[in-house]
Design a protein around this ligand. Structure first.
Ligand code: FAD
Length: 438
């Protein structure tokens, strides 16, 4: 017998299991690896296996959002951070780990815990009763994915992330770019536009074609992508003007400097409720990251663009969390089920583990008959949770790393150099208030 069933022993499921077990609840943790099942990216049967890089990124809690997230997780007794610290390897200001030692450490801690039973089994349907946390990750096995699609509606589950780059608003040159929606529809100012003349457009087109791309992994090649999420360079290859009739269409957009439609336009759409992040519409791409930065900074108005996220396209199972989940990660129409980890649409090892931590804490409160308010949006945990469960626009929801753009802006005029420290100072104060006994 158990108090809660956790499915998936990756970064998120392992952290959630630890939080619940440490609070005294009996956890059944189902992990399919080790039962003869595999995913296309994992190589071992270890829990919390790191499938690619061995880095948890910056450990700087003063001026980096993911470093701040590390600090907040350590403060909440995270197993993932504890084992990462134990198995740390030299990596400058980043937190990188010996991946085998790290995974073995997490596995041993969970196996040794008297409140945790690990069962090596594949689960194919969503549990119908009793509290459960689904943490099956970006490569969720297909039977369970079908069951999730049945519960959420098929179009609320994505199998690819078609990621368009996201730009911090305060890095856009609004002397060159302008607010306007095509034909002045809506309130007339819903988009930010960057105009290109013929010469700029043709150079940009050539750059897309020549630019170095990342390859699809073998197991991604068979999964077809849809017209709606076609990489921009694939569209460019279809002809010189294909983009001018697609995402770079200039019709109905008047360049304020000429009063006329430009040759081509790059449009950005608001990406979060605060208006601090804007995505480049239709610019999902498999160009290498350095190439993207170089090419997208050639767009007039984006010369100094700072990217909250660069574009990409890979296989990734995730749900449309902003409309499906409540503020404590429960499936609105089946509240016995919580989601955690990358399947909620966060991105990255640390983020996935942090959402597992929060799902665990919300479940603990519920099992005790209490309620736990979400962490404040000024904290890294709260900002990420707020993005997942409400702030992001549901229709265009795409995976996201933690970043300062998910937090409410610092009010008033501030020097850019001081701003990161202001975010992290404010976060620490907010976290203390959240943790203080009521
Ligand atoms: P996972 O860690 O994948 O854990 C999910 C677990 O659920 C797995 O152990 C799986 O075996 C199990 N499972 C799946 N379906 C079932 C089922 N039906 N029944 C039982 N068990 C099941 N992030 C980074 O920060 N850095 C990187 O370098 C990086 N590289 C990546 C490379 C690839 C190829 C992929 C796909 C993702 C990468 N990520 C990376 C993104 C992401 O952070 C990781 O995928 C992370 O492991 C997600 O954590 P998770 O707990 O949500 O899922």
């Amino acid at each position: 017998t158990h108090d809660i069933h956790i499915i998936g022993g990756g970064l998120a499921g392992s952290e959630a299991a630890w939080q619940l077990a440490e609070a005294g609840f009996r956890v059944k943790l189902s992990e399919m690896r080790g039962s003869g099942e595999a995913t296309p990216a994992h190589h071992t049967d270890g829990l919390a296996e790191l499938v690619c890089s061995n880095s948890f990124r910056s450990d700087d809690a003063e001026s980096n959002a993911v470093g701040l997230l590390h600090a907040e997780m350590r403060g909440l007794g995270s197993l993932i951070l504890r084992e990462a610290d134990i198995h740390k390897v030299p990596a400058g200001s980043a937190l990188a780990v010996d991946r085998d030692g790290f995974s073995a450490g997490v596995t041993a801690a969970l196996e040794a815990h008297p409140n945790i039973t690990i069962v090596r089994e594949r689960i194919d349907t969503l549990p119908s009763d009793g509290p459960a946390i689904i943490a099956t990750g970006p490569l969720t096995a297909s039977g369970l994915a079908a069951s999730i699609a049945g519960a959420t509606g098929a179009d609320a589950l994505a199998f690819f992330d078609a990621i368009a780059p996201i730009v911090h608003f305060d890095s856009i040159d609004m002397e060159t770019a302008w607010f306007q929606s095509r034909w002045n529809k809506g309130d007339g100012k819903d988009y930010i536009n960057c105009a290109m003349n013929r010469e700029q457009y043709e150079a940009f087109h050539a750059g897309l074609i020549a630019g170095e791309k990342t390859d699809f992994k073998e197991w991604e090649r068979d999964t077809p992508y849809f017209e709606g999420c076609m990489p921009i360079e694939v569209m460019a290859e279809r002809g010189l003007d294909t983009l001018r009739f697609g995402p770079m269409k200039p019709v109905g957009l008047d360049d304020p400097r000429t009063g006329r439609w430009p040759h081509a336009v790059v449009q950005l759409r608001q990406d979060n409720a605060q208006g601090t992040l804007w995505n480049i519409v239709g610019f999902q791409t498999k160009l290498k990251h350095a190439e993207q930065v170089r090419l997208f900074r050639s767009i007039p108005g984006l010369e100094k663009a700072e990217f909250a996220r660069l574009g990409g396209l890979h296989r990734n199972t995730f749900i449309r969390s902003p409309e499906l989940l409540d503020s404590t990660l429960r499936l609105r129409n089946r509240p016995n089920i919580r989601f955690a980890g990358q399947i909620t649409g966060c991105e990255g090892y640390v983020e996935s583990a942090s959402v597992g931590l929060m799902a665990g804490r919300f479940a603990i409160a519920e099992l005790r008959g209490e309620t736990l308010a979400p962490p404040p949006v000024e904290t890294a945990l709260g900002a990420l949770l707020h993005h997942i469960t409400g702030a992001a626009v549901a229709e265009t929801y795409q995976p996201m790393n933690v970043n300062f753009g998910l937090m409410p802006p610092i009010p008033g005029r501030t020097k850019k150099a001081d701003r990161k420290k202001m975010y992290t100072d404010r976060a620490r104060t907010a976290m203390q208030a959240w943790l203080a006994p009521a």
